[in-house]
Design a protein around this ligand. Structure first.
Ligand code: ATP
Ligand code: MG
Length: 434
């Protein structure tokens, strides 16, 4: 009889150790980068009340209409949703805990998001974002800083060729005037609209501009531009952002068709795009959302943020540098042992070496010295510490370099950590001492 093993949910990926090590390196770079810009960490729940997203993201959006993992809690009947993005949760938390009483806040979070999309390269049902949000800043300086900050991350990661597109969505009133013209325009071309567009025509016509349907591109190209409806304040804000980008030496393209998939944006919107990943080339997207806190029932405050798509950046890192993590993840030392006393000594020695700052793999599971040395070699460790009964009785261990042709030698246990440290870090310590 065969029994089938259970597989992961479609579009939700296991990230195995070889790849997870690359993710950890990415995390480390990102954490240092966020700290350098004064952003502080937040951790929000993965599950939120469903109405949060309907209210924050907008009812007529891809996410709320068809991508959310929503369910009724069988135990208490609550309507819940696995978060499809982090901004709504972050804004909820800021309001719930009155964080803005202490002044403006620069915040970040990272973790999985869930959207029921068609899985394909660069598009998954569980994917990960680094989200960055600034609350309480109204001027274009924070928008520009966030954009410049992305450029710095690409540099820190050693990535190039990610291009920047920006646009301004103006104010709600300006969008309202544009919207009337847009509806009139699309109504004149009603027959050319696809089913999605026809459905959105009166609910959310701006989103038609975001359509990926190739048959509608000419029609969209000729549509009234929101940019032509912006008033002096919006244009000033947009100019302010552009001036700072210019001073920072960041090239950009104004894309008047750049609208975001979420309803809550106003003024600045931006995307960072690579051509190296095929169709799913946007690695980072964001912008201003001054209306969100008010829309969630809180005291209104300006806000600006963006999210980095981790899977896509990891794919780009692999594309650029290959699969290997930059830093070796091999242990420093492999501890091999045989015999009962030796096993107890080895257990103690491994911990002593870790205390001294080494990464140590202690052999577990017995076996001959020969098979243990094979494991030691395969582990990538630089040194083997070998303990047999004789060594154990004499409170000593044998030290064997694994990556060079050097003799094995016996070292008393109380000198072992020093000897191992000299071998592994000697050069480093000398350099630091100079
Ligand atoms: P798209 O138009 O490609 O669906 P979006 O507007 O839905 O993108 P955002 O909600 O702005 O995307 O998310 C920010 C970033 O998160 C995206 O630029 C992308 O890098 C990443 N992202 C979004 N959805 C997915 C997904 N399903 N799988 C992997 N990454 C994603
Ligand atoms: Mg989407």
């Amino acid at each position: 009889m065969t029994s089938q093993t259970i597989q992961a949910v479609r579009g939700m990926n296991d990230i195995l150790p070889d790849e997870a090590e690359l993710w950890e390196e990415f995390d480390q770079v990102a954490r240092d980068w966020l700290r350098a810009y004064g952003y502080r960490p937040m951790r929000m729940p993965l599950v939120e009340p469903t109405p949060l997203f309907a209210r924050a993201i907008g009812a007529v959006t891809d996410i709320v209409e068809k991508e959310m993992y929503s369910f009724i809690d069988a135990l208490n009947g609550e309507a819940l949703t696995l978060r499809p993005e982090g901004t709504a949760s972050c804004a909820r938390a800021v309001l719930q805990h009155s964080l803005l009483h202490a002044g403006p806040q620069r915040l970040w979070y990272a973790g999985p998001m869930f959207r029921h999309e068609r899985p394909q390269k660069g598009r998954y049902r569980q994917f990960h974002q680094f989200g960055v949000e600034a609350f309480g800043y109204a001027g274009p300086d924070i928008d520009a800083e966030q954009i410049v900050m992305c450029a710095r991350l690409w540099e820190d990661l050693g990535l190039s060729g990610i291009r920047l597109e920006i646009n301004s969505l103006g104010s709600a009133e300006e969008r309202q005037r544009h919207r009337a013209e847009l509806i009139a325009y699309f109504e004149r071309h009603h027959a050319a609209l696809d089913a999605d567009a026809q459905r959105r025509l009166h609910a959310n016509p701006l989103r038609i501009l975001d359509s990926k349907n190739p048959h509608m591109q000419d029609l969209i190209e000729g549509a009234p531009r929101l940019m032509d409806f912006l008033g002096a304040d919006s244009l000033d804000h947009f100019k302010g952002v552009q001036t700072l980008l210019g001073e920072a030496g960041i090239p950009y393209r104004i894309n008047p068709r750049l609208v975001r998939g979420l309803d809550y944006y106003n003024l600045t919107v931006f995307e960072w795009i690579t051509d190296q990943l095929g169709a799913q080339g946007t690695v980072c997207a964001g912008g201003r959302y001054d209306g969100l806190l008010g829309q969630l029932g809180g005291k209104p405050a300006p806000a600006c943020g963006f999210a980095v798509g981790v899977e896509r950046l990891i794919a780009l890192l692999k594309e650029t540098f290959g699969d290997e993590p930059a830093r070796s993840t091999a242990p420093d030392v492999y501890v091999a042992h045989q015999g009962e006393l030796a096993a107890r000594t080895a257990f103690r020695v491994a911990d002593m070496l870790r205390e001294a700052g080494c990464d140590v793999l202690l052999h577990c599971g017995g076996g001959s010295f020969k098979s243990q040395m094979k494991r030691a070699d395969a582990s990538g460790a630089l040194l083997a510490v070998i303990i047999g009964d004789e060594e154990a009785r004499e409170d000593s261990a044998s030290l064997k370099p694994l990556r060079e042709d050097a003799p094995q030698r016996r070292v008393p246990l109380d000198a072992l950590a020093g000897e191992v440290g000299d071998y592994l870090f000697g050069d480093e310590q000398e350099r630091e001492g100079q």
